[in-house]
Ligand binder design. Structure first.
Ligand code: IMP
Ligand code: MG
Length: 172
């Protein structure tokens, strides 16, 4: 679907946009593990601003290709974001459950602002409405892997993003 060069070219554009939007502010990036790891590391090196990095880890998929809607936070304490300009980074916006829950949770920690950045956004009706402020690519409602995205913890190390063949999903 997207080769490495295409992804990196798009990251140049998003990083420029983020750098411009936050030029007078100190940014706190909150990366949602594990899917956003590769995206986060390529994106943050393109943002020449003072920034902090924290990570959040949630479980929302239970290893299968469909969502249950339940989002479990794996850490006891939230990152300290009081008065900070928070940018949540995630790999993909699908049903919206994950990002809606994370956004809601972080809002209780009293940041000054919150924005959301996703590498991919699926064109579909979401179970929970989430507005992503920065989107790498809009894609059809297909299950994709690579560049950090997994199916049952595999394929994260692919440098490109591709659609997982249907027979690989159902045979597992
Ligand atoms: P949501 O809560 O349904 O929006 O899903 C968010 C999470 O589900 C993402 O952070 C991914 O980890 C996972 N996910 C959703 N769609 C895909 C996909 O097409 N490929 C791989 N992971 C996905
Ligand atoms: Mg996943």
């Amino acid at each position: 679907m997207f080769d490495e060069a295409t992804i990196l070219r798009r990251l140049d554009e998003i990083a420029a946009q983020i750098s411009n939007d936050y030029r007078d502010r100190e940014l706190t990036v909150i990366a949602v593990l594990n899917g956003s790891l590769v995206f986060m590391s390529d994106l943050m090196r393109r943002i020449p601003l003072p920034l902090r990095l924290d990570c959040l880890s949630v479980v929302s998929y239970h290893g299968r290709a469909e969502t249950t809607g339940e989002v479990i936070f794996k850490q006891i304490a939230l990152p300290d974001v009081v008065d900070r300009h928070v940018l949540i980074l995630d790999d993909i916006l699908d049903s919206g459950h994950t990002l809606a829950a994370i956004r809601e949770k972080l809002e209780t920690a009293k940041p000054r602002s919150i924005r959301v950045c996703v590498l991919l956004q699926k064109k579909k009706e979401r179970a929970r409405p989430v507005d992503a402020d920065y989107v790498g690519f809009e894609i059809e409602d297909e299950f994709v892997v690579g560049y950090g995205l997994d199916f049952m913890e595999r394929y994260r190390n692919l440098p490109c993003i591709g659609v997982l063949r249907k027979e690989l999903i159902t045979s597992n």
